[in-house]
Design a protein around this ligand. Sequence first.
Ligand code: PAP
Length: 340
Amino acid sequence: MQPTSAAAGPVPFKDIAAVAVARRPVAEEYGDVVAALPSRLYPPQQRWREYQRRFEPRAGDVLLASLPKCGTTWLKALAFATAARGVYPPAAAGGDGRHPLLRLNPHECVPFLEGIYLDEEEAKLDAAPTPRLMSTHASYPNLPASITEDDRCKIIYICRQPKDMAISLWHFMNCSKAKTSSLSDDQWESITMSLSDVWESIREGAYLGGPIWEHILGYWNTSKAKPDKVLFLKYEEVLRDPTKNIEKITEFIGQPFSDAEKEAGIVESIIELCSFEKMKASGANSTGSLHMMANEYPHESFFRKGVIGDWVNHVTPEMADSLDKFLSAKFYGSGFTFAE
Ligand code: PAP
């Protein structure tokens, strides 16, 4: 089911035809100088900074933000299914069984900003119809200033209990290893981590290269100060009450369900379409891989257990208690608590 040219977004990012445009200079004002530099002198970090300066939001854009392994894939599916329901109706709204989420992995529907820039897909993002859905693992202060300093782009953040987040990352890094083809064994060896490495990286403020409490509080504090700018969700709450949280998403993005949609069962239809069981079993996710930032990630690696509290099967109560105490001190006074 392809959108018509008049259709509004969001559309699956993968469906947007690659747009042939010359690569933009990474720094408009220093373009010639930078182009002359060997690429090893112009690393991804620098390129991300250039992108931060240049990204141009549009009214209606929605950015999905999270730390890795906190429910990004699921949020992408839920946000895409709800925001695009006019173009791609789920089953209860007259869908014909060819919804994009039945043939594509959610990451192929909603791209990472980091990947767009590093994979040089900006022209594709420019070609996407409005409104666009995008995602990021970047912290709030690391977002492009054009996102944080004006109100065109809204943000939906999802956080997760860090003990489950850490277990999920550890499995992801080790399970994806055998199936990922683009990296050599030595390259994998250099980036894989033991469970205790992942656990300690949280305390050391090095999960995704920074303190998770700063990542979470950046979005949490903004959601409190500007509730129209940032919607803050918790993985565990979405799992326990998907209806309430999907309704929050639709209201936040300005597309509340009509009574007729509710009566037709559209909310239940979206919950089912995006459920862990349905997505994991789908051919779109049990085969194939996602090419992103020079790596291949098997689609199936984004769907492991999808439950709350799997950490009990991996770490001792003492390890858990110690991390809980460490983190509750970091969040003391903020009003933020993790959902159990
Ligand atoms: P990412 O940061 O690499 O995109 P992300 O999607 O945030 O990963 O997290 C993956 C976790 O979400 C996995 O958790 P687990 O390892 O504890 O099982 C994955 O199973 C879970 N997940 C993926 N899709 C769903 C879903 N539809 N419902 C609930 N949980 C899901």
